[in-house]
Design a protein around this ligand. Structure first.
Ligand SMILES: Cc1cc2nc3c(=O)[nH]c(=O)nc-3n(C[C@H](O)[C@H](O)[C@H](O)COP(=O)(O)O)c2cc1C
Length: 312
């Protein structure tokens, strides 16, 4: 017999039929008059995380919201402002969540501070909404309206508060009331303290106090939680044997040889990542006219990788 009960899955199941922690994100977009308009959102998650040529988030939004309407009008730049817990923040964030207010009405009593992001410095010609200064991190993004031909949705007009078909699967107007937006991350802005923590190799006590949202749950309240103390848990190392790594290394490229001491340095790489790591080493060797990778070259490759990770 199961130890679980079967719960009916209904609309907005993430907040009506489950316990689902989400980020609290204030999203800035450009209103018609070029001013910054900010709405509150939680359904905003990583979408393309590697191997796609760019990185992207996905936002799930009511398609009649100001945010969606600004994007669907072709003003495709947005800023995702990730909010920490702070004095009075819940109230101010929920105030930006009232459906139906115009951007001007909403922004009249906006409780946070707006400032320029970092994209505008590099590319002053592209109009960008301002970012929320109280955020611990901000992703300045652009809606990828070419995916799934969602640009055809630009300029579509709401009829009686909702969109008639056709609907797309994952980008643009996806249902009568909903829209999904795949947002390319143009820049990741991070407050110096948390930036330093990532560069230095993260310490739990230097984590931002991420405001966790558990959704609108009892037809009355948005439920929030602060970040609890973070506890690290080491991934147990499963070292491969030198001979098994040698087997893979010798089959990676006939012109590049790995010495034993070089392979010793990658024994703890999980098996499924080993071909990628070896191919990366071979690529480096070819770029540098190297035919034998010893511990010295492996160290250079590792340092380069570490540097790329911490760039910024
Ligand atoms: C904390 C919080 C999270 C929210 N998350 C979402 C969400 O993920 N998607 C959505 O469509 N609405 C969400 N809402 C409701 C929107 O804030 C609401 O539709 C609001 O009108 C959007 O603002 P805008 O019209 O200025 O874009 C959320 C509200 C709050 C307070």
């Amino acid at each position: 017999m199961s130890s679980f009960k079967d719960l009916r899955i209904v609309d907005n199941f993430y907040q009506t039929s489950s316990y689902f922690p989400m980020p609290t994100v204030m999203i800035s977009t450009l209103a018609e008059d070029g001013s910054t308009s900010v709405g509150s959102y939680s359904l905003c998650f990583p979408y393309y995380i590697a191997g796609k040529g760019y990185y992207a988030m996905v936002l799930e939004a009511r398609n009649s919201s100001n945010t969606a309407q600004h994007l669907l009008a072709g003003r495709k730049t947005v800023a995702l402002n990730f909010m920490p817990d702070g004095f009075g923040y819940h109230k101010k964030i929920v105030a930006q969540g009232w459906p139906g207010d115009t951007p001007a009405e909403k922004m009249k009593n906006f409780g946070f501070t707006l400032e320029d992001g970092l994209c505008i410095e590099e590319d002053p010609k592209t109009a960008r909404p301002k970012v929320v200064a109280e955020a611990y991190q901000v992703m300045e993004c652009t809606w990828m309206s070419d995916l799934e031909n969602a640009e055809e949705d630009i300029g579509r007009k709401l009829e009686d508060g909702c969109y008639p078909p056709p609907y797309r699967n994952f980008n643009g107007i996806t249902s009568q009331y909903g829209a999904h937006f795949i947002l390319r991350i143009d820049k990741m802005l991070m407050k110096p303290k948390y930036h330093q923590n990532i560069i230095d190799g993260v310490k739990g006590r230097l984590w931002p106090n991420v405001l966790i949202c558990h959704g609108y749950r009892d037809s009355k309240n948005f439920w929030f939680a602060r970040t609890p103390r973070l506890v690290p848990e080491m991934l147990p190392l499963r070292e491969a044997t030198l001979s098994s790594v040698r087997y893979a290394a010798d089959r990676t490229d006939p012109d590049v040889h790995f010495t034993d001491d070089a392979l010793q340095m990658i024994l703890n790489v999980p098996r499924i990542f080993l071909p990628t790591v070896l191919k990366g080493c071979v690529k480096w060797a070819k770029d540098h006219n190297v035919t034998e990778i010893t511990a010295k070259e492996m160290q250079i490759i590792n340092d380069k990788r570490a540097k790329e990770k911490g760039k910024g």
